[in-house]
Each structure stands twice: as structure tokens, then as C-alpha cells.
Design a protein around this ligand. Structure first.
Ligand SMILES: [Zn+2]
Ligand SMILES: [Zn+2]
Length: 145
């Protein structure tokens, strides 16, 4: 297990979420140098609101479902975690590695990451068309700190 290291490259970035259906959104990942322990963002999918930015600074490590910050629904799941994303980038437990039939063996690369949370560049549920076609741009369009 890797310990998150908050170096300069890990400061907050703004990415693009986009889909062939025309859906576009800016996605903020991470926080600022001075306040990331209080405020760090990561995209989540709420069944009511679609793509929402959740403050993960106080969310326990490993918790991937939380309360939606805008409608208070409890079905708000982090992007990068099935069923809202096709690819699960979480580390595979050692016992699963013994069985090679696991689908998660397919290599998927991480497009957005903050601490131990990450999501691949494609295969996410789109708030516009509700298909698994949402993508995150691989390169941050803007950095801030
Ligand atoms: Zn919501
Ligand atoms: Zn779409």
C-alpha cells in the first residue's frame, strides 16, 4: 500500500469530464497546498444530481460511497469504483491475484488521482446519457495552489 505523498504534482487540478453525447463538466481533483487537509475534491456520481464534487478531506480512507453534498442522498459513489465506473483501480487483494479470471486484471491506467483515490480515463457513467461513456481528460487543463 502506497502512502499518499503530497508533493507539488499532487496539488489540486482541474480536469475535463466529457462524453460523446455532449456532456461536459469541469472536475476539480485535490485541494490547495494550504488547505488540502480541510478541503480536497474528487468527482462522485449521485443518482439524483449526476456528477458532483465531494470534499474527501475528512472522508475515511477506503470509503467510496457517501452522502451527496447537494441532495443529501446516500447513493453518491466515487468515480473510479464499480458500478459507476467500469475499471476498478483499487489494489487487488493478494488472494484475488491467485485467481487469474478476475476481470480487474485488464490494465487500466489512472487519469485522475488524489491520495488513494483514482479513476481511469474512460468507462464512467455519464450524467447526460447514463451510459458508461464518460471520459476524464488525462492532462489537467489548469493547475492551482
Ligand atoms: Zn445528489
Ligand atoms: Zn453521455
Amino acid at each position: 500500500m502506497e502512502t499518499p505523498v503530497f508533493g507539488a504534482a499532487d496539488m489540486g487540478s482541474v480536469y475535463q469530464a466529457y462524453c460523446d453525447c455532449g456532456f461536459r463538466a469541469d472536475v476539480t481533483v485535490g485541494g490547495t497546498r494550504s488547505s488540502f487537509l480541510e478541503q480536497s475534491s474528487f468527482p462522485f456520481y449521485c443518482r439524483q444530481c449526476g456528477l458532483v464534487s465531494v470534499n474527501i478531506a475528512k472522508l475515511p480512507r477506503g470509503q467510496v460511497v457517501t452522502t451527496c453534498p447537494s441532495c443529501q442522498s446516500s447513493e453518491c459513489t466515487q468515480y473510479g469504483i464499480p458500478p459507476v465506473s467500469v475499471h476498478d483501480l483499487r489494489p487487488v487483494p493478494w488472494w484475488k491475484k491467485l485467481f487469474k479470471f478476475s476481470k480487474s486484471d485488464a490494465p487500466a491506467t489512472s487519469a485522475i488521482q488524489w491520495g488513494n483515490r483514482e479513476a481511469s480515463d474512460d468507462g464512467h457513467i455519464c450524467p447526460g446519457c447514463r451510459e458508461m461513456r464518460l471520459r476524464f481528460s488525462r492532462f489537467p487543463s489548469l493547475m492551482f495552489d
